[in-house]
Structure formats: structure tokens, C-alpha cells
Ligand binder design. Structure first.
Ligand code: AP5
Length: 223
């Protein structure tokens, strides 16, 4: 025993990174392993859109165009989700915060202990987004090359015909990448200043990224 104390595993983790970097893919798996909630504001908003709620109707146009949904709508939906009991053990926040105003607001609600920045080249992002297909019924995510369904075009879980997300069209992808650079990249400095930012090399296969990702969230994990 050298008397060193291993810090506890972070319970409140933010995943930052451009569209298509693989945040959702990694968060889904790791959240299950850790017993944490996977809180994706994109998924929450898409559920509202699918259900045709007033919030969903207000968000739909922004999402299709690749623009950010106004802060007050996103904060409303996330505040409600954080109150659910499954977020008490810990959470992985995927796609939030995306603006400095959102980052400042969540600091008022709860401390953020670890921020993982997914780093990857633009050409790989575009290939991941262009090849993504999703199940409109259960939300499962596939990729035509990296993670194809067993039967082409059909969801493995429920057989539903897979679709392309409206914001994965080339013109919306361009907007999303620009919006990320303008509105979300400044958060890297915000969290670096707080000493909680860690970079993750998000290139390579999902399994390779998962190994590096897990290492970062281990207690005492290092970049
Ligand atoms: P959101 O759903 O959050 O989209 P995003 O951040 O643009 O992220 P993506 O879902 O596109 O990518 P990802 O990094 O999760 O990648 P994935 O794992 O799926 O937001 C959508 C919209 O909602 C926004 O544009 C905005 O309008 C609104 N919104 C959401 N949150 C908001 C907020 N906080 N404020 C305001 N507006 C908000 O992977 C992508 C593909 O690549 C998949 O096909 C996957 O199978 C594949 N893949 C994953 N990993 C690998 C790998 N290692 N190798 C090869 N392929 C891989």
C-alpha cells in the first residue's frame, strides 16, 4: 500500500464531439455496463417529434435543417428527463450541452465531473453520417458498412424498414458541421479551464474506440 487513493468513477459525464463522431454508439454500450442513464437530447427530441407533441412540432424544422433547437426547449426536455430515477446512479450526456448557455445552465443543476471530446477527421464523419440508417420504430442505429443489419434494410430487433435521418442528407450535414464549429467547439475551452476535459481518438472500429473510451472513464482514467 502506498497510501494513494483512487478517485471514484465520475458519475456525471458529458460526451462532446461533432455529428457522426460515434457518441451515441459508444454511450449506449457503456451506459448499460456502468448502470448509468444514457441521456441523448437528440433522441429525446426525435421522440417528441415522432409523438407530434407541441415541443416536437416546435423542434422539427430546426432539426431537419441541421440547426440547433432553441436552448429553452432543450433545457425543458432535459430537466424533465434528469428527474427520472434512472439518472440518479449516474449519466452519460450525449449531445448536450451544445452552447455555452446550456453548459452554464447544467452547472447550476449538477456538477459535471468528466467531459470526453470525440476527435476524428471530417472525411470519416461524413462517411459515418452518410452511411447511417436508423429504425424508425425502436431507434436502433446501423451503418451500411461498419454495422449493417443482418437482413439488408431491416431492423434486427423488429424487422421494421430502416430509414435515413432527414438531417443526414448532405446539405443538412454541411450545416450541422458548421453549427458545431461555431456554437459547440467553444465548449472545449470552457471545460478545459475547469480541468475536466479529456480527448478521445474516435477513429477506428467501434470496438477499438470502446477500449479507449472505457479507459477514460475508469477511476483515475487518463487520456
Ligand atoms: P443528435 O442526435 O445529438 O446528433 P449529433 O450530435 O449531430 O450526433 P449524431 O447522432 O449525428 O452522431 P453520433 O456522434 O451520436 O454518432 P453515432 O454513434 O450515431 O442531434 C440531432 C439534432 O437535434 C441536432 O442537429 C439539433 O437540431 C438537435 N439537438 C440535439 N441536442 C441539442 C442540444 N443540446 N441543443 C440544441 N439542439 C439539439 O454514429 C454515426 C454513424 O456512424 C452510425 O451509423 C454508426 O453506426 C456509425 N459508427 C459509429 N461509430 C463508428 C466507428 N467507430 N466506425 C465506423 N462507424 C461508426
Amino acid at each position: 500500500m502506498n497510501g494513494a487513493v483512487t478517485p471514484p468513477r465520475a458519475r456525471h459525464i458529458v460526451l462532446l464531439g461533432p455529428p457522426g463522431a460515434g457518441k451515441g454508439t459508444q454511450a449506449g454500450t457503456l451506459a448499460k455496463e456502468l448502470g448509468y442513464a444514457h441521456l441523448s437530447t437528440g433522441d429525446l427530441l426525435r421522440s417528441e417529434v415522432a409523438a407530434g407533441t407541441p415541443l416536437g412540432r416546435a423542434a422539427d424544422g430546426y432539426m431537419r435543417a441541421g440547426q440547433l433547437v432553441p436552448d429553452e426547449l432543450v433545457l425543458e426536455i432535459l430537466r424533465g428527463r434528469l428527474r427520472r430515477p434512472d439518472a440518479e446512479a449516474g449519466f452519460l450526456l450525449d449531445g448536450f450541452p451544445r452552447t455555452l448557455a446550456q453548459a452554464a445552465e447544467i452547472e447550476r443543476w449538477t456538477p459535471i465531473e468528466l467531459v470526453i471530446s470525440f476527435e476524428i477527421e471530417r472525411t470519416q464523419l461524413i462517411a459515418r453520417l452518410a452511411g447511417r440508417r436508423i429504425c424508425p420504430r425502436c431507434g436502433a442505429v446501423y451503418h451500411l458498412d461498419a454495422h449493417p443489419p443482418r437482413e439488408p434494410g431491416r431492423c434486427d430487433r423488429d424487422g421494421t424498414e430502416l430509414v435515413q435521418r432527414p438531417d443526414d442528407r448532405p446539405e443538412a450535414i454541411e450545416v450541422r458541421l458548421r453549427v458545431y464549429a461555431e456554437a459547440t467547439e467553444p465548449l472545449l475551452g470552457f471545460y478545459r479551464d475547469r480541468g475536466v476535459l479529456r480527448g478521445l481518438d474516435a477513429s477506428g472500429s467501434p470496438a477499438e474506440v470502446a477500449v479507449r473510451f472505457r479507459r477514460l472513464v475508469e477511476p483515475g482514467g487518463t487520456p
